[in-house]
Write a protein that binds this ligand. Structure first.
Ligand SMILES: [Zn+2]
Ligand SMILES: [Zn+2]
Length: 359
């Protein structure tokens, strides 16, 4: 059988560097992978061809030999076996299809932590219950039952193949384990990992905001395969600061609307204003306009970098009486009659301007 030109199979020039060859293989293998083309024999043939080309051109030694010998070259005289193809493919693409294999890093876990604004301001220590996927302790992550294991005859228990084929030299007969196991582990059902709920302490620094991520390194899922073969993932705690009945947040500042009566605004008053650490009073001077904001320095949230605190802005909003009894109504009418021309300067200026424009 005449072998194809491997460079043509991958669509790269003979001068292509290793990166270019790898890139070409990845793109084509992605396109022709049997998983993506089920039942398509043409795709299967192309994929085989790609794998064979990659096996040679992806290995500098083999590639040099191929370049010297051309069509006479045979990798080792045998076509690759299906499980080797798959292994080769997974090696080269590294979890492109989301499949994890022994030695990979464990998955990250995301957890949304809801906090009150007070907790966000002060910082908090919270215990959260996390579902982690951890290495099975009965089989140390291998997925194989301990009973009935026999050393692999092919690799004499080493798990290593004498001839390096493709990218790894794991023994293909025992997948690098060094033994044959007739039974799956009873605890994890052969998965090597089990789901487990864990209580974890999360330290929330003062000043956090919604959307901020706190990373607990190594508290994600354990990696698949033998215990410690791959590092565990991380736990990402995503902060969600709940709405507050009084405060809105703007950076490290807090905004608060404080309703006051017409009389308080006109006559002046002591008005109670909420803060994150209890309430405080502010002096509203006589004649304070509606919408006036008072700044309470340092009563906002701490900056996460420790450079001081934001402010609290209390905005006074005059509430117009919703209902009036006869007596209050009479008093207000009396007030309207008595309020001199200087009582409402803005209204007066407005009325004058309106008159000038319309006459
Ligand atoms: Zn073996
Ligand atoms: Zn197990």
């Amino acid at each position: 059988m005449a072998r194809r030109d491997y460079y043509a199979v991958l669509g790269v020039p003979k001068t292509a560097g290793p990166d270019e060859i790898k890139k070409a293989f990845r793109a084509l293998a992605h396109r022709w992978h049997p998983d993506k083309n089920p039942g398509d024999s043409e795709a299967e043939r192309r994929f085989r061809e790609l794998a064979e080309a990659w096996d040679v051109l992806g290995d500098p030694e083999k590639r040099a030999r191929y370049d010297r010998m051309g069509p006479l070259f045979t990798p080792d005289g045998k076509p690759p076996r299906p499980e080797e193809l798959n292994e080769l493919f997974l090696d080269a693409l590294g979890g492109l299809f989301g499949r994890r294999r022994p030695g990979d890093r464990g998955e990250d876990i995301r957890y949304t932590l809801s906090l009150s604004l007070e907790e966000a301001a002060r910082g908090a220590e919270r215990t959260v219950a996390i579902q982690r996927t951890v290495s099975c302790r009965d089989c140390a992550g291998s997925g194989d039952a301990a009973e009935g294991r026999t050393p692999c005859a092919e690799c004499h228990g080493t798990g290593k193949s004498a001839t390096r084929r493709f990218l790894r030299n794991d023994c293909p007969h025992c997948a690098g384990r060094g033994y044959r196991a007739p039974r799956k582990c009873g605890r994890c059902g052969g998965e090597g990992r089990v789901a487990q709920e864990e209580q974890l302490k999360v330290k929330v620094p003062a000043g956090v905001a919604t959307g901020q991520k706190l990373k607990l390194r190594g508290k994600g899922n354990d990696g698949p395969g033998a215990l410690g073969a791959g590092p565990p993932g991380d736990l990402l705690v995503i902060v969600d600061v709940m709405d507050h009945p009084f405060f809105r947040r703007r950076g490290n500042d807090l905004l608060c609307e404080v309703p006051i009566t017409y009389a308080e605004a006109a006559l002046g008053a002591e008005v109670a204003v909420p803060t994150l650490d209890g309430q405080t009073n502010i002096r509203v001077p006589p004649g304070t306009p509606s919408g006036k904001a008072f700044r309470l320095p340092g009563r906002g949230l701490p900056s996460p970098d420790g450079s001081g605190r934001g402010d609290l802005h209390a905005r006074l909003v005059v509430e117009v009486p919703a209902t009036l009894d006869a007596e209050a109504r009479a008093a207000l009418e009396e007030f309207a009659r008595r309020a001199g021309p200087g009582a409402h300067p803005r209204k007066r200026a407005w009325a004058e301007s309106l008159r000038e424009r319309t006459t």
